[in-house]
Design a protein around this ligand. Sequence first.
Ligand SMILES: *Cc1c(COP(=O)(O)O)cnc(C)c1O
Length: 223
Amino acid sequence: MTQIAQNLEDIRKTIPKNTTLVAVSKTYPAEVVREAYDAGQRVFGENKAQELSRKQPLLPVDVEWHFIGHLQSNKIKYIAPFVKLIHSVDSFKLLQAIDKEAKKVGRTIDCLLQFHIAEEENKFGLDMKEAVELLHDSAYLALKNIRLTGVMGMATFTEDLAQVRKEFIRLRQIFERLKTDFFPNDGHFKEISMGMSDDYRVAIEEGSTIVRIGSAIFGRRNY
Ligand SMILES: *Cc1c(COP(=O)(O)O)cnc(C)c1O
């Protein structure tokens, strides 16, 4: 068994069956992604549109590609034909741009609203007020080629897991409020994407439905 297959097996053992495991393959070449595919993994995450569009044709068509990074409007076209879920919608402008590109290729693209839950200033994401404004906007209601299926967040980069837990609890509360106020009868709005290699166990305890794990599967990245 390869190291990657072993890592995947170890992680799958510790997460509930109905939790989606996104294997974050950014910076790793297609051959390495293929090793994880051969070990049964089908969901992969990338954070750069062009890197993803180069890798996608090199892997089997049944891979589900998730986009997890900061997305610029002019790069959506690279991923719109095939991307399964965009985790990182942090503005109405971006959502509109995704809708437009999805329409061009005849698709509806599932998206998550990314929230700023960390203490660090430099991380991307909406706050509650911005999200509520977006969801009340008639221009949002007019978008037909996107579908919001939940929320995403990244915790502060710290060893203090109590702090991380607080932030994950906040994201779950945001999800619950949006669910109640805007999506009460929409069964598709159900995802909470939180948890990475160093904090996914805490995230699962706090209600994560999608974990995004890179280095614990593929090894340390050397950027
Ligand atoms: C890189 C990345 C991950 C995975 O990080 P690891 O610490 O390697 O597990 C998860 N989410 C996002 C948004 C990322 O950019």
